[in-house]
Design a protein around this ligand. Structure first.
Ligand code: FAD
Length: 306
């Protein structure tokens, strides 16, 4: 077995390690990943990507600034009802229950949440809301005293795919060689997410550390704290994103693309870009164009920019 060596000066030409056996590669799970393993070749994950300085929520915060006076924060919608003219929303906040009447409503609530909200939608719309499935998914953030993956292993960003319930470990692509660092210790889906999501926070942390140290023994010495989320158990999500099959795409999806009287539906779940923010943006553009066309006799259509 050849021990690899990097090429260097003088008499150091370097040595290439023995190749992995094809059977080992196939049995590693590479051919059947839970998450993209050929990211650069898929439509959603192109080579050159940008990231928002300060984290992705800066995008939502920048949008919030533009519409702040129109927002009502801390308001939980509990009912949406079409009226003979207009629509009535019931919501609650710290002060109690309130009614709000409007001409139109664009409802962007995730479908599993909407499914539990009182409404007078048509039977086709109600059925679609109930039938379209959402993925179960979970993540844990692990904070370490030292960025050992960079200092010891030269990993700057990227993903380790695992063949256990972690599914994958994500390395941060910012603050390289900084003092401390946070890894995504697991990011899993479906049954794995259900199993790990059923654990309490301390048990999830124990699981992430036990499995993760098989790859990075530095976990033992460097770990500081953790934070985990299980989206299917989070009250205002109840799932990660919509997952369609050929049947639901054909039978349920179209019911939500049209308004139910004065109520329009929008969000990631009403696109072919599921699980991406781009889907939410495209859906917003499409729905706003449809609503605009309705009130201006057709003087707008989607896509609005070619
Ligand atoms: C684990 C995970 C990883 C992801 N990774 C990426 C990624 O790397 N890149 C990417 O582009 N996208 C990613 N996404 C997808 C992206 O987050 C979604 O596509 C996007 O947020 C969907 O936007 P939306 O407006 O349709 O829905 P949401 O962002 O879910 O907005 C719905 C809003 O409704 C609110 N709400 C719920 N119930 C009520 C109620 N009763 N009353 C009032 N308000 C309510 C919620 O609080 C929420 O603010 C990820 C999603 C998950 C779960």
């Amino acid at each position: 077995m050849v021990t690899p060596e990097s090429p260097g000066a003088g008499d150091r030409p370097g040595k290439i390690a023995d190749p992995h056996k094809l059977a080992d590669i196939i049995h590693s799970g590479l051919m059947d990943p839970d998450f993209y393993n050929v990211a650069e070749y898929t439509y959603e994950l192109q080579m050159t990507m940008f990231q928002a300085v300060g984290g992705m929520d800066q995008i939502a915060k920048a949008l919030e600034k533009k519409v702040a006076p129109m927002l009502k924060m801390g308001a939980e919608v509990t009912a949406i009802n079409n009226l003979a003219e207009g629509v009535q929303i019931k919501y609650k906040d710290v002060l109690g229950e309130h009614l709000l009447n409007g001409d139109m409503c664009i409802c962007t609530l995730p479908l599993p949440v909407l499914s539990n909200i009182s409404n007078n939608f048509s039977s086709d719309v109600s059925r679609a809301i109930d039938y379209i499935e959402y993925i179960k998914t979970g993540k844990i953030g692990l904070q370490f005293k030292r960025r050992f993956w960079e200092e010891d292993e030269h990993l700057y960003g990227g993903i380790t795919h695992t063949n256990n319930d972690l599914t994958q470990i994500f390395y941060p692509s910012y603050d390289y060689l900084g003092k401390k660092g946070i890894l995504i210790g697991y990011y899993n889906f479906n049954e794995k997410a259900q199993k790990i999501g059923a654990l309490n926070y301390a048990e999830r942390e124990k699981f992430a550390l036990e499995k993760g140290r098989l790859i990075h023994p530095q976990y033992d010495k460097e770990f500081e704290s953790s934070f985990s989320v299980s989206w299917h158990k989070t009250k205002y999500n109840l799932g990660g994103w919509a997952v369609y099959n050929t049947d639901t795409r054909k039978t349920q999806y179209p019911a939500l693309l049209k308004p139910d009287k004065q109520v329009y539906f929008a969000g990631e779940h009403l696109t072919y870009l599921n699980a991406w923010m781009a889907g939410a943006f495209e859906s917003a553009r499409s729905t706003v164009a449809a609503l605009h066309a309705r009130v201006t006799d057709g003087r707008a259509s989607y896509p609005m920019v070619k």
